[in-house]
Design a protein around this ligand. Structure first.
Ligand code: NAP
Length: 259
């Protein structure tokens, strides 16, 4: 039976990596969690089980967030089982189809990055906000949207320029929705991870680690998905009240200006 008196989160791209770590952290904080990923398969099933191990109610909600026609269905599949959603974590993201010279970037790679990393954030946020605004809300619950963008929203990397452009767009999407949704009592945050050890960074992990140890980051190591999970959990529980529209650089000091 859907319960309207608790925090309920939808986390996109939660089959592995940062999204899964966020889902676990929210589950451990008492949220019921809907884990979205492209398709229901063994990875998503295992992910849901690992969130249930925190004691949380958790379900799988498959669907491509880049397919805007699926958004209502994804939101409804989550709220029908778990109750009205209080929290959206836009985490699903993709890298470039091929790293290399900016002069060789294809339209396909550009569109793929934009579709998942930016356009899906915009319209899933819009659909979530509409659904929250139209249900009766509890004053005891905290309503928020957390967008996982990237330090590449501000730091240029010419070997994956289309990724950077999509993340910069996503960062502005956070700001404009924060501007609109303040009056609705919905906080919007932009979490910008730096170098986090996941499947996305696996091909460049060794070189990133060496560069981190050599001083690229102030903490001389790569970040872990669980650390991003803790940050999102802090935001989504309302532990930082009276804040919205803020960027959190979750990057071990990568982007601190210094000389
Ligand atoms: P990851 O290991 O590649 O995981 C991404 C997850 O998102 C995968 O489970 C993937 O599913 C899913 N996904 C991709 N496209 C989707 C779609 N259209 N609809 C639904 N789910 C989709 O990546 P990660 O490192 O955890 O990254 C998570 C987020 O953090 C991304 O937005 C990424 O850009 C951002 N980020 C990561 C880092 C880092 O260092 N790792 C740094 C900055 C920002 P499949 O397995 O089916 O493809």
């Amino acid at each position: 039976m859907a319960d309207a008196s608790r925090q309920v989160a939808l986390v996109t791209g939660a089959g592995r990596g940062i999204g899964l770590a966020i889902a676990k952290a929210l589950g451990a904080a008492g949220f019921a969690v809907a884990l979205n990923d492209l398709a229901v398969g063994s990875e998503l099933t295992r992910a849901v089980e690992s969130v249930r191990e925190t004691g949380a109610e958790a379900i799988a909600v498959a669907g491509d967030v880049a397919d805007l026609s699926k958004h209502e269905q994804i939101l409804r599949a989550a709220s029908d089982v778990l109750g009205p959603l209080t929290t959206l974590v836009n985490n699903a993201g993709v890298g470039v189809l091929s790293r290399g010279d900016l002069l060789d970037v294809t339209e396909e790679s550009y569109d793929h990055c934009m579709a998942v990393n930016a356009k899906a954030h915009f319209f899933l946020t819009q659909a979530f906000a509409r659904s929250v605004i139209h249900v009766e809300r509890s004053a005891d619950l905290f309503y928020s949207i957390v967008n996982v963008t990237s330090s590449n929203a501000v730091a240029a990397a010419a070997q994956r320029g289309e990724y950077c452009a999509s993340k910069a767009a996503a960062a502005m999407i956070s700001k404009v929705f924060a501007t609109r949704l303040g009056q609705e009592g919905i906080a919007v945050f932009d979490v910008q991870p730096g170098l986090i050890e996941t499947e996305m960074t696996a091909p460049v992990k060794d070189s990133y680690r060496k560069r981190a140890e050599a001083g690229l980051t102030l903490f001389p190591r790569l970040g872990q998905p669980a650390e991003i999970g803790m940050i999102v959990r802090t935001l989504a529980t309302g532990a930082l009240p009276y804040m919205t529209g803020q960027v959190l650089s979750a990057d071990g000091g990568l982007l601190l200006p210094r000389y």
